[in-house]
Design a protein around this ligand. Structure first.
Ligand SMILES: [Zn+2]
Length: 82
C-alpha cells in the first residue's frame, strides 16, 4: 500500500492497514505509521525552533549584562581618578 523505504536497509516497507505499523520486507525492521512519523518530525522542528528562540534570548541577556558591567567599570574608574 505504501512504497516507503526502510530506514535500515532501503528495502520496501509493507504497512499494516489495521495497525499502521510497517515491516521491512528484507530485514524485518518495524516502522511507525507515516502520519506518526510526520507528527514526530513536526514536533522535533517545533522543539528546535523553541531552542533557537531560547538561545537568542539568553544571548541578548548576556550582552545586556556585559554592557552593564562595562558601564559600571567605567563609572568606577572615572570616580577613582577624580
Ligand atoms: Zn530493512
Amino acid at each position: 500500500m505504501n512504497d516507503t523505504k526502510c530506514k535500515n536497509c532501503g528495502g520496501n516497507v509493507d504497512y499494516d492497514e489495521i495497525t499502521g505499523i510497517g515491516t521491512c520486507q528484507y530485514c524485518g525492521t518495524k516502522h511507525a505509521a507515516p502520519q506518526e512519523e510526520a507528527t514526530e518530525i513536526q514536533q522535533q522542528k517545533t522543539r528546535k525552533n523553541f531552542n533557537i528562540k531560547n538561545t537568542r534570548k539568553s544571548v541578548t541577556i548576556r550582552i545586556i549584562v556585559i554592557i552593564i558591567v562595562v558601564v559600571a567599570y567605567i563609572i568606577y574608574m572615572v570616580n577613582l581618578f577624580h
